[in-house]
Design a binder for this molecule. Structure first.
Ligand SMILES: Nc1ncnc2c1ncn2[C@@H]1O[C@H](COP(=O)(O)OP(=O)(O)O)[C@@H](O)[C@H]1O
Ligand SMILES: [Mg+2]
Length: 377
């Protein structure tokens, strides 16, 4: 088998860059060097592409999450004063003549939302995970929810609020009181890692929560608070058929009032219980719903579907197209429970990327991937 050259893209300007740096570093460490030449690429906050043949020491001075125990903790990376890598153009960083697959280890806007995927499509570089449209839809909680509703996938009650809607905030307050009640959950429409998410217990704290969520984008969702057991279902492709399959369900028990940023990344912030302590019937229904949600958006390669179950009812909160991927993150934990070790999970995600690229080149002769022949152009 020929060795593949894998560019691992990490960082970026999103508020989730620190989590992305952790995901990227773990992927670089876990990819099998006998199969792959690994080309780590950091995208800086400013959008510069930095090839990082040697990921340590990181010299950007950014806070980067480090693995610790069952969760990830944020630590400051110490500069060792070595020479800073020189930025290159993205065409150079992921040029067709030296990269076979781009492993996108980026979370949130400008990474998980279809933008980097579009760039790689234009460059003709196969990339991991979902295509442009599915990535953009999944990042947009309102649009993905509208599709879920069309597919009769249960979601929490919600209102979407834009700046013009928020100008009549008395009306929003009335709607929240009548349609959703308190507590309710306020969140940015397109963010992740619970950044900007608030649990609002009373009308008096609704305004600051909405204002805080607007800091992350022009649309805010206000949702019915669903009290129940938080579960998440990892999805990967079947290696033979390419069909999406659900991994064992994980129950998340946050040591906080909800699964907020601290609960997600601080040491001891939460517990993962695999398999989730739900009935066989709920587990089966949740897995089926997760696959349907993944398919409703047209996701590919991998995803993780966040849900809450209350008795036998299950609601889907969102689909994450690039879930956290440190060795103890939820998707790798679920894969482990299915007997798939982290390096093998990464192999499967890479194989899915290649499968899509092959299909594209047979389906559309004019696509950039169709001219795989010349590396040196
Ligand atoms: N409607 C809701 N009811 C109860 N808890 C919620 C609701 N929406 C979000 N949460 C809590 O907030 C967390 C983050 O919300 P989520 O919609 O998954 O956004 P993110 O993309 O930031 O992960 C969830 O894991 C859950 O703990
Ligand atoms: Mg989530």
């Amino acid at each position: 088998m020929t060795r593949l050259r894998i560019a691992v893209l990490m960082g970026g300007p999103s508020p989730e860059r620190d989590v992305s740096m952790a995901t990227g570093q773990e992927i670089v460490a876990a990819l099998d060097p006998r199969q792959y030449d690994i080309l780590p690429v950091e995208i800086t906050k400013e959008g510069h592409w930095l090839p990082r043949p040697d990921l340590t020491p990181l010299t950007t001075g950014n806070a980067a999450p480090r693995q610790r125990g069952n969760a990830t903790t944020i630590e400051r990376v110490v500069s060792h004063g070595s020479r800073l890598p020189v930025p290159v153009s993205f065409e150079q960083a992921v040029a067709r003549d030296h990269v076979d697959v781009a492993f996108i280890a980026m979370h949130g806007p400008y990474g998980e939302d279809g933008t980097v995927q579009g760039l790689l499509e234009l460059l003709g570089i196969p990339y991991t995970g979902s295509n442009v449209l599915a990535s953009a839809l999944a990042m947009d909680k309102l649009r993905s929810r509208q599709l879920f509703e069309w597919h009769r996938i249960p979601v929490p009650g919600y209102l979407s609020v834009t700046a013009p809607v928020w100008r009549d905030r008395d009306r929003v307050h009335r709607q929240v009181a009548q349609e959703l009640g308190y507590p309710c959950v306020v969140k940015p429409n397109a963010a992740g890692s619970s950044i900007g998410v608030s649990l609002v217990r009373e009308p008096a704290t609704l305004d600051p929560a909405v204002e805080a969520a607007f800091a992350y984008g022009p649309m805010v969702l206000i949702e019915e608070y669903v009290s129940g057991t938080e579960i998440t279902c990892g999805i990967i492709d079947d290696p033979i058929t390419g069909d999406p399959i659900a991994l064992p369900l994980i129950e998340v028990v946050p040591n906080a009032e909800f699964y907020n940023y601290q609960a997600k990344y601080a040491t001891g912030g939460s517990e993962h219980i695999v398999p989730a302590r739900v009935s066989a019937q709920v587990a089966q229904q949740a897995a089926a719903l997760a696959v349907r949600a993944h398919q409703a958006l047209g996701c590919e390669g991998m995803s993780r579907v966040d849900m809450i179950t209350r008795g036998v009812d299950i609601v889907v909160l969102e689909v994450n197209t690039i879930p956290g991927m440190t060795a103890t993150s939820l998707l790798p934990d679920a894969a482990k429970a299915a007997g798939i070790k982290f390096p093998e999970l990464l192999d499967r995600i890479i194989r899915s990327a290649l499968r899509r690229s092959r299909q594209q080149s047979t389906q559309s002769p004019r696509s950039p991937q169709s001219s795989q022949s010349s590396r040196s152009t």
